[in-house]
Design a protein around this ligand. Structure first.
Ligand code: SF4
Ligand code: SF4
Length: 86
């Protein structure tokens, strides 16, 4: 699963620099997560870093994006390869 930021977000800015995949950015009103870049931090950390730092706990797993650890690891590999090619 990718994670999703709910409208409880207070735009505190602390999650964005913590994401190893640069999946978090400011949206029209609140911060948003690009689900195609979020690996739930698989490949980088044991726990989702954005969840760890969010002061209002508004970053749950997105129930509409059910993904296995293998899918998340595959995304990590693709993102890492793209970064190295850049
Ligand atoms: S779980 Fe990890 S990869 Fe996904 S948005 Fe949060 S910090 Fe980024
Ligand atoms: S840490 Fe939480 S409250 Fe702060 S910007 Fe990120 S999602 Fe919003």
């Amino acid at each position: 699963m990718a994670l999703i930021i709910t409208d409880d977000c207070i735009n505190c800015d602390v999650c964005e620099p913590e994401c190893p995949n640069e999946a978090i950015s400011m949206g029209p009103e609140i911060y948003v997560i690009d689900p195609n870049k979020c690996t739930e931090c698989v490949g980088h950390f044991d726990e989702p870093q954005c969840q760890q730092v969010c002061p209002v706990e508004c970053i749950p797993r997105d129930p509409n994006r059910l993904e296995t650890r293998e899918v998340l690891m595959q995304r990590y590999r693709l993102l890492t390869a793209a970064k190295q090619a850049a």
